[in-house]
Design a protein around this ligand. Structure first.
Ligand SMILES: [Zn+2]
Length: 441
């Protein structure tokens, strides 16, 4: 039986630990999910790290360092302390371990299996001693067409390392796949008519789709992870004016609206600089969530300009002002937006926007919305492992993900439902590395 520190103290002192009662409107103070991460450095029979000491020195920092863009800091800030990535072993990583395997042909399945066999030899048990592994290996001879690969969802990431350290743009992206997020698409719905949308590339509002580190995760992903529980995401079932605070950052308040859209969901967020996120992102954004799959959402883009992490478009280039969907008799209009707060008018059941009082008369009742499919702790069970090892990798490259205007791969990304796992590559990481290598060449 495993007891929390509080539980042990309680037992020792005879104090009864009461379950925290959730008062109406009080965000539930759930115990943080602790995820035991084991980075493992591996080498091949025919390829080793060029500077193993530098790789060994950088690895703890990349995953658990105090810097704000270590994987642990990143996920802790995004989850507002609800998700903790902790080292599975005191040394924080293992290796390099030499595998009796050639690097040729990017044998990711064998890399995973042989690494896990090595861990078993060392007495480390998946699901007990570690929840997730991140396998880091030298890229020079693998020919892997990606910088990172991950099970979706799941416990495994692969880092095809060119230099001496990986960065959050790759590691954070892969861990996002482990949390159940695909590559977020963008649909163009010019003029805000949701009945006439066409696929339009990547959202750029998340690290999962070209937003890089500063974008963090988008509202649908935050819901998928279970990080907007306790009233931070509000299910809208009545017409009215709703107030949103910034999606990221400390404090309380409603961070997302979650509205029925036929059989889909419409998620509304307000992005504004907060902590280490969204310095260049501003305004109210909307997403379509197909059939309740919050990990497979698409940004609804009503404008012609596109904001990306690297272009000069204004931060609010993809902010919505008005949406209409005749089929589900829904209208949305932004009443005000800026300075850290937005007010959004939602008209349901054919109500007219004009009939809704623009002054929010009362705070909408804060009924904490249940997260439909929270999988903050993707299980590391053997079934998932076996499936992920046997499945074909869904490898989409960054060039398509990021640049092709008519690319619909990011909106039709196959998400394997319910315990199954797929493999997704970090296309954007691939691009980054290509660029970085070009610079150094
Ligand atoms: Zn990816």
């Amino acid at each position: 039986m495993k007891l929390s520190a509080l539980g042990r103290i309680a037992l020792a002192t005879g104090i009864t630990v009461l379950a925290t009662a959730t008062l109406p409107g009080t965000p539930a103070a759930a115990a943080p999910v602790k995820r035991k991460m084991l980075p493992v450095l591996v080498e091949f029979s025919d390829a080793s790290f060029q500077f193993p000491d530098k790789v060994k020195a950088s690895t703890p920092d990349t995953y658990f360092g105090a810097k704000s863009d270590s994987a642990a800091s990143y996920l802790s800030e995004l989850s507002r302390g609800q998700y903790k990535l902790v080292p599975a072993v005191p040394e924080q990583f293992l290796g390099p371990i030499k595998l009796d395997l050639s690097a040729a042909g990017c044998p990711h399945g064998k890399i995973n299996q042989m690494t896990r066999d090595e861990l078993a030899k060392r007495g480390l048990v998946a699901g007990e001693d570690y929840d997730s592994i991140s396998i880091v290996f030298p890229a020079q001879k693998t020919n892997c067409p990606w910088a990172g690969l991950a099970t979706l969802p799941g416990p495994t990431t692969w880092i095809n390392l060119y230099g001496t350290a990986s960065g959050i743009d790759v590691v954070g992206h892969e861990l996002g796949h482990n949390l159940g997020f695909g590559h977020q698409g963008r649909v163009k719905c010019t003029g805000g008519n949701l009945g006439a949308c066409k696929s339009g590339g990547a959202s750029h509002t998340t690290i999962m789709a070209g937003g890089y580190r500063p974008a963090g995760f988008s509202a649908p992903e935050m819901i998928r992870a279970g990080w907007l529980n306790g009233g931070a995401s509000q299910k809208v079932t009545k017409s009215g004016v709703y107030t949103l605070r910034s999606l990221h950052g400390k404090g309380s308040g409603v961070r997302a609206l979650d509205i029925a859209l036929g059989g889909d969901r419409l998620v509304i967020e307000y992005r504004h600089a907060a902590g280490n996120f969204d310095a260049k992102l501003e305004g109210v954004h909307a997403y379509r969530v197909p059939k309740g799959s919050y990990g497979a959402s698409s940004l609804i883009d009503t404008t012609t300009a596109d904001k990306t992490a690297t272009n000069n478009a204004p931060p609010n280039a993809d902010a919505i002002t008005k949406l209409t969907d005749k089929a589900s008799k829904l209208s949305v209009a932004v009443v005000s937006s800026g300075g850290g707060q937005a007010k959004v008018k939602v008209a349901l059941n054919g109500d007219s926007l004009a009939s809704i009082d623009a002054a929010p008369t009362k705070s909408p009742s804060p009924s904490p919305s249940a997260t439909p499919t929270p999988s903050a702790s993707p299980s590391a069970n053997t079934a998932t492992e076996a499936e992920s090892d046997g499945s074909e990798p869904v490898t989409e490259l960054g060039s398509r993900e990021l640049t092709a205007a008519d690319d619909d791969s990011s909106t039709t990304m196959p998400l394997v439902a319910g315990g199954g796992a797929a493999l997704l590559a970090a296309g954007l990481g691939f691009l980054l590395l290509k660029r970085r290598r070009g610079k150094h060449a």
